[in-house]
Design a protein around this ligand. Sequence first.
Ligand code: PLP
Length: 320
Amino acid sequence: MNNLTPVVDRSQRVVQARKLTGTILDQVGNTPLLDLSHFAHALGVAPGVAIYAKAEWLNPSGSVKAHAALRIVEEAERTGELAPGKILIDSSSGNTGIAFALIGAVKGFAVQLVMPGNVSPERKALVRAYGATLITSDPLEGSDGAIRRVRAMVAAEPERYFYANQYNNPANWLAHYESTGPEIWQQTDGAVTHFVVGLGTTGTFIGTGRYLKEQNPAIQLVSLQPADEMSVIEGLKYLETAITPGIYDPTLHDQDLRVEAEAAWQITRLLAQKAGLFVGVSAGAAVAGAIELAKTLQQGLVVTLLPDDGSKYVSLGIFD
Ligand SMILES: Cc1ncc(COP(=O)(O)O)c(C=O)c1O
């Protein structure tokens, strides 16, 4: 036992490990692209089709929203909209708010977030942990109620706030045009054939999709929405009845698929049990959508994205 020799040489991986050279904000992006093909083939996807997924929960603040939040803040600092003494305010069902709270903590500005009162206690705790102020809106009005509440607060005292406005701020989709898109293109050596992702503010889909289409117009862009208004998948919007984000471009997608919440929950559980991936429900929805699409193909490289991990969803009972 004293002379154990390693079965796998991990020295290479240690050399490649990320170094923390600046602040935590320097670690946003460059997330790994995981190969989920084995998982997908076991669920009936043809052997000629591969499914890869970006591990976005590895970003600082624990979600894909770190890209958009950081880009929004940097742009506002550049234009002077986020001047010293101003409070950053926005509505968020969680992840963008958590990212803003972290960035405010690092950069030293105050953050106020409006979230529907029924968002999970884990999300509220995270925002408060980073020192941001949390204002809750009517749970029955969902994320649209939070948007209306922020608009009213900013209208009453415009000079007090920088309104980040993630639903209408072009820096949201630009973040993905400049990072997520190029990363997927490079990580697949340009071999990606389909990109599948859920729609929340739509920033991830629009920014990544625009970049990929510019590299190769044959790449198919597939957006995902919950099956109907009653189908709740945290992080995703049913655009037919929600306030449409100003950054959304309805002409970009090649296909727009619907995912049942039950299917999203089931795949979320399976990802933990069969692939060791403890991810959130919108990640389950993304993989469910990617698999549904992949089942229609014989050949291809389908790329999707896992927006966050499962820790904020434990109280929903999804893993019980
Ligand atoms: C868990 C989760 N999944 C997916 C999304 C959707 O991403 P986007 O807002 O870029 O459309 C969000 C956005 O808030 C999210 O929090």
